[in-house]
Design a protein around this ligand. Structure first.
Ligand code: ATR
Length: 281
C-alpha cells in the first residue's frame, strides 16, 4: 500500500548495504500484510554507527536491523539488551520504545532454532550431542540457541583452537573442544552437525569433513545459503542424512523485528523463500 504520514518506519543499518536481503524480506511482508510502513536500507559508514542508531528515536523510527560492521556498536549504544544479545555480544535488532529508549536484541539464535524446529520436528535437543564447526559470531548464536533448547553436550571444533576455547569458557562445561583435525572422528553419536564456518560459501573452499561416523538419523545444518546446496549438504543427503540450508535462518531471524515494528507476526513460507531465492540466483 502507499505509505501515509502515519507510516511506521524501520530499516537496516550497514556498510556496505547493497547486498542485504533484509529490505526484500520485510518489503515482502509489508506488502503481504498490507501495512502502512516502510523498511529502508541505510548505508551508514563504520564511524557513523553510534549517531545513526541514536538518531532512530529522534526521527520517530520504530527501529532497525543492524548488520556489519555495526553489531558491536549497536550492542554498546542501546539502553537495554536481551539475554541473547548479552550472550552473543552483538545486537542485530533495535526497537525504539515508547519513551524513546532503545531495546537491543539478537535474533540469530532464535532464528536458527525456529528454522531447525520447523524443518526437523523430530529433532530432540536432549537425545544426543551436537557438533558445531566454527567459533565466530554465528557459532556463539548457535551455542546459545542449542544450550537454551536443552542440548546437554556441544562438541565445538574450530581451525583456530584459541577461539573455541574462548567460547567454551563463556558457555561452561557443556561445551567440549574438539581439535580441528579430529572433527570427523568426533561425529560419532551426534544428533546434529552445524557448520557455522564460511567454508562451502561461493568463492570459499569446501568444508572437508568425513561424515561416515555421523549416525544416519542425524541432521546436518549449514548456515551457508549461497549456494543453497553446499558440498557438505550434498554429501550429507547422499548418505541419507537430512540436510538443512541456511536460508531459513536468514528468514526466521527477521520475524521478531518485523513483529515489534509493524505489529504482525509474519509467516516464513515457500513464497518468501522463493522471493529471496530468485534474488540470489
Ligand atoms: P561469523 O560471525 O559469521 O561466525 P566469522 O567470525 O568471520 O563469521 O567466523 C568465520 C569462521 O569460519 C571462523 O570460525 C573461521 O575459523 P578461524 O577462527 O580459524 O578463522 C572459519 N573459517 C574461515 N575460513 C576457514 C578455513 N579456510 N578453514 C577453516 N575454518 C575457516
Amino acid at each position: 500500500m502507499i505509505t501515509t504520514a502515519k507510516a511506521k518506519i524501520a530499516g537496516v543499518i550497514g556498510w556496505p548495504i547493497s547486498h542485504s536481503r533484509s529490505p526484500l524480506i520485510h518489503g515482502h511482508w509489508l506488502d503481504r500484510y498490507n501495512i502502512d510502513g516502510a523498511y529502508i536500507p541505510f548505508a551508514v559508514k563504520s564511524e557513523d554507527g553510534v549517531e545513526a542508531i541514536r538518531a532512530l528515536s529522534k526521527l520517530g523510527f520504530s527501529g532497525t536491523n543492524v548488520t556489519l560492521p555495526h553489531k558491536l556498536t549497536a550492542f554498546q549504544t542501546v539502553d537495554v539488551r536481551d539475554a541473547a544479545a548479552e550472550a552473543i555480544g552483538a545486537v542485530n535488532t533495535v526497537v525504539v520504545q515508547p519513551d524513546g529508549s532503545l531495546h537491543g536484541s539478537n535474533t540469530d539464535a532464535a532464528g536458527l532454532l525456529a528454522h531447525l524446529r520447523a524443518s526437523s520436528p523430530g529433532w530432540n535437543a536432549t537425545a544426543a550431542p551436537v557438533m558445531i564447526l566454527g567459533a565466530g559470531g554465528s557459532a556463539r548464536a548457535a551455542i546459545f540457541a542449542l544450550l537454551g533448547a536443552g542440548v546437554r553436550e556441544v562438541r565445538l571444533s574450530n581451525r583456530t583452537r584459541d577461539k573455541a576455547e574462548t567460547l567454551a569458557d563463556a558457555f561452561g562445561h557443556k561445551v567440549k573442544i574438539i581439535d580441528w583435525r579430529e572433527r570427523s572422528n568426533a561425529l560419532a553419536g551426534c544428533g546434529l552437525l552445524v557448520n557455522t564456518t564460511s567454508l562451502g560459501m561461493t568463492g570459499q573452499p569446501a568444508l572437508h569433513i568425513v561424515l561416515e561416523d555421523l549416525p544416519r538419523g542425524a541432521v546436518v545444518y549449514d548456515i551457508v545459503y549461497s549456494p543453497l546446496e553446499t558440498p557438505l549438504l550434498a554429501t550429507a543427503r547422499a548418505q541419507g542424512n537430512q540436510g538443512i540450508d541456511g536460508l531459513g535462518m536468514l528468514l526466521h531471524q527477521a520475524t521478531p523485528g518485523f513483529e515489534a515494528w509493524f505489529g504482525i507476526k509474519p509467516v516464513v513460507d515457500e513464497t518468501l523463500r522463493n522471493v529471496i531465492l530468485s534474488d540470489l540466483t
